[in-house]
Ligand binder design. Structure first.
Ligand code: HEM
Length: 456
């Protein structure tokens, strides 16, 4: 950065499309990957987009800039402010709504139940939930994997992570949660759309659903508190039990805090994992030799290859393109002085699609990840710094387990040779046809499965 360069740009924003904000917003909402890649090609790794509801958004896609925002200068940024648009769902005690000391404290509370050792105990129930799903797939059937994985990951979340076993509550949550998470984008993007309109409209419908889900969660919390008081040995290894266990150790945690933690995990952990799994099969079934390689890795319990295949799916088909940050004080980067209040989109998706860092970026090739992994600054599937994904261990255990269970029992083919297009569905980037596959063999139904144990 030269001083002339700095002087020239101190009051300016990085270049970006000249289209009216409404057109940019439509392009961004309808085809965010295409829009982002086109801007990256044209303006480089620092550009400004104008998005209604957010204003000028500065995209950062180069490793050096991303590292400074997420790690070195993290104190100059507010992640919670960038999550403000979902506060009405996750609640004020959510980890997503905290910065600084409050964030560190809430993160500490959630770290133990989501730690690798603890989530390894969920494997058995994950296998059984996946097998239950596979039994719905007779040979010859065409299946949309995204819907299947949404069922499986929801079941993992409410049974393994929340520890809910009562069938009435389970059934009700199975029905309500998918509707709750299928948020109308209008009420996220436009605070003015959050109005009751006499009990009609998306906001009123959302509030009814949220109240019903909250009622079930609060009833579960009350029952589990009472059970734990009567019999401390009744605690399981699920997140709710571990959090209530802390309470027994006199680290008081209120019902509202517990509710906000659980709803946060649902909001950020379920659809992401389901969608990433769908993309995994969409990619692997189309890349020459990839399915054979992954199947051999599962049979040989070669975790390095399986993880490489999962990472390459995340690199080539992320479920979200970027994460938000708001500058809380002036910040200088690449010759620009950004004032406090500037909104940044830290684009991990565009970082991962850079041809300079990942040659032939469009090609799915798990070999990029072994024997050596790319530098951590070039590949950050779960973000970095103090807000790095708290569910990364759980997500990896879950994806490995579900993929391994499927490949042990079932043979799948892509329903069409053409890749599925990326479609924006709320905040998620999903395969347009839901990762459509044909089941060619199902050993679980024909009774010929080799019962290889799944280990973690
Ligand atoms: C493949 C699946 C997943 C991906 C790709 C993913 C990705 C990410 C990323 C990139 C962030 C960083 C956001 C930021 O810096 O602002 C994040 C945060 C987070 N994720 Fe995940 N995630 C996944 C699954 C999960 C699961 C299963 C859970 C838990 C059940 C979870 C819980 C969280 C939480 C609580 C945060 C907020 C952390 C904080 O602000 O301190 N995620 N995730």
């Amino acid at each position: 950065m030269t001083s002339v360069h700095s002087r020239q740009n101190r009051a300016a924003t990085p270049p970006g499309p000249k289209l009216p904000a409404v057109v940019q917003t439509l392009l961004w909402a309808a085809a965010p990957v295409k829009f982002g890649k086109a801007c990256l090609r044209r303006y480089g790794s620092l550009f400004t987009a104008r998005i209604l509801g957010f204003g000028d958004v500065v995209y950062i896609c180069a490793p050096a800039g991303i590292r400074r925002i997420l790690r070195d200068d993290a104190g100059a940024f507010d992640a919670a402010g960038a999550n403000e648009s979902i506060r009405f769902m996750v609640g004020e005690y959510s980890l997503l709504m905290a910065e600084g000391a409050a964030h560190t404290n809430r993160r500490k509370v959630l770290t133990r139940p989501l730690h690798g050792d603890n989530v390894a105990a969920y494997v058995e129930v994950m296998v059984s939930i996946t097998e239950q799903e596979i039994r719905r797939w007779p040979a010859g059937r065409t299946v949309r994997l995204l819907g299947c994985f949404q069922r499986v990951t929801l079941e993992v979340m409410i049974r393994a992570v929340f520890g809910i076993t009562g069938s009435a509550r389970l059934n009700r949550l199975r029905e309500l949660v998918p509707r709750l998470l299928d948020l109308n984008p209008l009420i996220i993007l436009l605070p003015s759309a959050r109005r009751y309109f006499g009990g009609f409209g998306p906001w009123a419908a959302f509030q009814r659903l949220l109240r019903e889900v909250d009622r079930i969660i609060y009833a579960e919390i009350a029952e589990r508190r009472a059970r734990l008081r009567a019999d401390p040995a009744s605690a399981g290894g699920d997140v709710l039990s571990v959090l209530l266990g802390r309470d027994q150790d006199s680290e008081n945690i209120t019902d509202t805090e517990l509710r906000d933690h659980l709803v946060t995990l649902l909001a950020v952990g379920q659809e992401t994992t389901a969608t990433q799994l769908a993309w995994f099969f969409e990619r692997v079934l189309r890349a020459p030799g990839a399915l054979q390689r992954v199947t051999a890795a599962v049979d040989g319990e070669d975790r390095q290859v399986l993880d490489a295949a999962i990472h390459e799916a995340i690199r080539t088909r992320p479920t979200t393109l970027d994460i938000g940050r708001i500058a809380v004080r002036p910040w200088e980067y690449d010759g620009y002085l950004f004032p406090a209040g500037t909104m940044f989109a830290v684009s991990l998706g565009l970082l991962h699609s850079s041809g300079d860092l990942h040659p032939d970026p469009e090609v799915y090739s798990m070999e990029r990840f072994f024997p050596a992994e790319p530098p951590s600054a070039h590949f950050m599937p779960f973000g970095g710094g103090s807000h790095r994904c708290l569910g990364a261990s759980l997500a990896m255990v879950e994806m490995r387990t579900i993929i391994s269970t499927i490949l042990r029992h079932v043979r799948l083919e892509a329903a069409a040779t053409a890749p599925e297009r990326v479609m924006a569905k709320g905040p998620m980037l999903v395969p347009r046809r839901g990762a459509e596959v044909v089941v060619t063999e199902n050993h679980l139904l024909s009774g010929t499965t080799s019962a290889v144990p799944v280990r973690e």
